[in-house]
Design a binder for this molecule. Structure first.
Ligand SMILES: *Cc1c(COP(=O)(O)O)cnc(C)c1O
Length: 388
């Protein structure tokens, strides 16, 4: 199959690096490879200038000041930084989070708990994956030192009521962190408007390179370093600066400002896909909040067919989608997010996540609608349980 026939619809897992971002990075691999901390000669100073320009581009995207942004190796590091530092150096060791968080929040918390360094409370979600602000009010204790709730969910697309949740935490004097990997670059994200103290983001989710991200740390927020060593990033994140990565992320941030306007088109495509597949496939259900959601994501569960098998067949038709989270695929555990929404285990096994981007032409929706019912019918034909 030639490459042009392939439909890439797994943009929540990662996105194609924008060629302009790649081009912007190139000189920092080839000719301007100086260490941004070497300030006694031109090449080092050039690297430092590029780093700071990227910081400003990224800050502009989320309404922050450049000095409130710290470069990291991705959102997994940003999340670990927040959670570990809060638990290790904060006086209050209790964290409140939600049942639908990414593993990059839940696993560090589990690790900290296992080693007696933190305790945490997991807020439930309703059937659409929404956290109830009333539940947060009840969960905050005297010893709560942090609330961490994601902006939009990566498996079902539901946008959480961050403004309300952050206001509750603020009233109780508790710092609020959000993992915004699925919203930055896709919908407008403004840290001041959201009222958050900390926000994690990742470049490869908005057409930047992999292995680079950032943590927004509101001015005045206390957070001890996670990586110790050199004095980079204002003594808060040690390690030689990833200048090409930061440059690629900065460029992608600048470009994504215009891609945000493509959201309504992607959202219309998502509705077209849902309308098409729900009319053609019996016993299919939609996951997540159909209203308050990111524009590019559709998650469905198909009864009587394994998600992984559907993905395999769709791949043979040139359609690349996923079952939910790229981080858990390969494990046969059903998604913790779908289970938290009350989806029965048998049905959760048949989940499919379609995530579009600005590069998907309108015609991709019809192609997905044409392919999916055939694949599902074929799998159901072979399924013993479906016939029962
Ligand atoms: C992709 C993703 C991450 C992990 O980001 P990396 O930069 O790949 O470490 C964390 N949280 C969410 C919600 C994500 O979608």
């Amino acid at each position: 199959m030639s490459e042009t026939e392939i439909i890439y619809a797994d943009n929540a897992a990662t996105t194609r690096p924008d060629p302009e971002a790649v081009k912007a990075m190139e000189p920092y691999f080839t000719t301007r490879y100086g260490n941004a901390a070497s300030q006694y000669y031109d090449m080092g100073r050039q690297a430092k200038m590029a780093l700071e320009e990227s910081r400003a581009q990224l800050a502009a995207l989320i309404g922050a000041s450049p000095e409130e942004l710290y470069f990291t190796a991705g959102a997994t590091e940003s999340n670990n930084w927040v959670l570990h530092s809060a638990a290790l150096t904060g006086k209050k060791k209790h964290v409140v989070t939600s049942a639908v968080e990414h593993h990059a929040v839940l696993e560090p918390l589990e690790f900290l708990k296992k080693h007696g360094l933190a305790e945490y409370t997991v807020l439930p979600v309703d059937s659409l994956g929404r956290v109830d602000p009333g539940e947060l009010k009840k969960a905050i204790r005297e010893d709560t030192g942090l609330v961490s709730i994601m902006h939009a969910n990566n498996e079902i697309g539901t946008i959480e009521p961050i403004r309300e949740l952050a206001a509750i935490a603020r009233d109780r004097g508790v710092p609020f962190h959000t993992d915004a990997c699925q919203t930055v670059g896709k919908i407008r994200v403004d840290v001041g408007d959201l009222g958050v103290d900390m926000l994690s983001l990742s470049a490869h989710k908005f057409h930047g390179p992999k292995g680079v991200g950032a943590l927004y740390l509101k001015r005045g927020t206390r957070l001890a370093p996670f990586l110790h060593g050199g004095g980079q990033e204002n003594n808060r994140r040690a390690g030689t600066s990833n200048v090409p990565g930061a440059v690629g992320m900065g460029k992608a941030a600048e470009l994504s400002a215009k891609h945000i306007d493509d959201g309504p088109r992607q959202s219309a495509m998502i509705e077209e896909i849902w309308k098409g597949v729900s009319a053609a496939i019996p016993r299919i259900r939609r996951n997540g909040d159909p209203e308050t959601r990111i524009p590019n994501l559709l998650s469905v569960c198909v009864e009587g067919a394994e998600g992984e098998a559907i993905l395999g067949y769709l791949n043979m038709s040139g359609i690349q989608v996923s079952s939910g989270s790229a981080c858990t695929s390969g494990s046969l555990e059903p998604s913790h997010v779908l289970l938290a929404c009350g989806v029965p285990v048998e049905i959760a096994h048949g989940s499919i996540r379609i995530t579009l981007g600005h590069e998907n032409p309108d015609g991709d929706a019809a192609k997905i609608v044409a392919a999916m019912p055939k694949v599902v019918a074929r799998l159901r034909e072979m399924s013993v349980t479906w016939h029962e």
